[in-house]
Design a binder for this molecule. Structure first.
Ligand code: MN
Length: 230
């Protein structure tokens, strides 16, 4: 996602829909995008305290530490986030792990806030619903596979739907790895780090995953799908 969208959203009353796959370069520091809804907007599925800590502290730290890693690296700092994490080989080894973890963390969380909303959930609709149906059978099968993939991710990571080589794929990544790092284009992803659910669900990741579907913004997901197909 490009930094201009982040800048536009910072402190503005109107929330711009950032283009996840822009490759526009802006030689400015990364900024934490504001949460596009109140901390309690996803209650009762995701509690306000979790959202506050998750956005302000966890996502905030990824942004701070990404900027720190890129200090004194004007060529890298001028790249878009997609271009930066999409070619980690171009990042010096001394900061590659920091860029991978914090750049991935910034990308993943910016996506995550965007695919949820107050009053979300329900059956998928639009083009992504047709694609899900033709690839995975029906919504119930798709949901079960995303949840199962998230349950099987040992430790911390994400469960994803992405497009790779023109095909819809469900898979997980460890830590803050992002499918963009492997040349894929994410459509949706769910954070299965304990920090995403522990306050409300403790060790019950399955209950969190089941509840999470009630927060989904299928319009935002369709935007990601349209961008991923380009
Ligand atoms: Mn997280």
């Amino acid at each position: 996602m490009d930094r201009r969208s982040f800048l536009v959203t910072t402190g503005a009353a109107v929330i711009a829909a950032p283009d996840l796959f822009s490759v526009e370069a802006q030689p400015v520091a990364y900024t934490l995008p504001p949460l596009p809804y109140a901390f309690d907007a996803l209650e009762p599925y995701i509690d306000a305290k979790t959202m506050e800590i998750h956005h302000d502290k966890h996502h905030g730290a990824y942004v701070t530490n990404l900027n720190k890693a890129l200090e004194g690296q004007p060529d890298l700092a001028a790249k878009s986030l997609d271009a930066l994490i999409g070619n980690l080989d171009a990042v010096p080894e001394s900061i590659r792990t920091a860029v991978r973890n914090n750049g991935g963390g910034h990308w993943n969380h910016s996506m995550f806030w965007k695919i949820m909303k107050k009053g979300g959930g329900g059956e998928p609709r639009g083009p992504v619903a047709d694609a899900i149906k033709s690839t995975f059978g029906d919504f119930a099968a798709f949901k079960a596979k995303i949840n199962d993939t998230g349950m099987k991710r040992f430790g911390s990571g994400w469960s994803w739907l992405f497009i790779k080589d023109g095909k819809l794929v469900i898979d997980s990544t460890p830590n803050q790895d992002c499918p963009v790092m492997a040349g894929a284009k994410p459509i949706l992803g769910v954070d299965v780090w304990e920090h995403a659910y522990y306050l409300k669900y403790q060790n019950r990741r399955n209950e969190y995953l089941e509840a999470w579907w009630n927060t989904l913004d299928w319009d935002g997901i369709n935007e990601n799908y349209a961008a991923a197909k380009k």
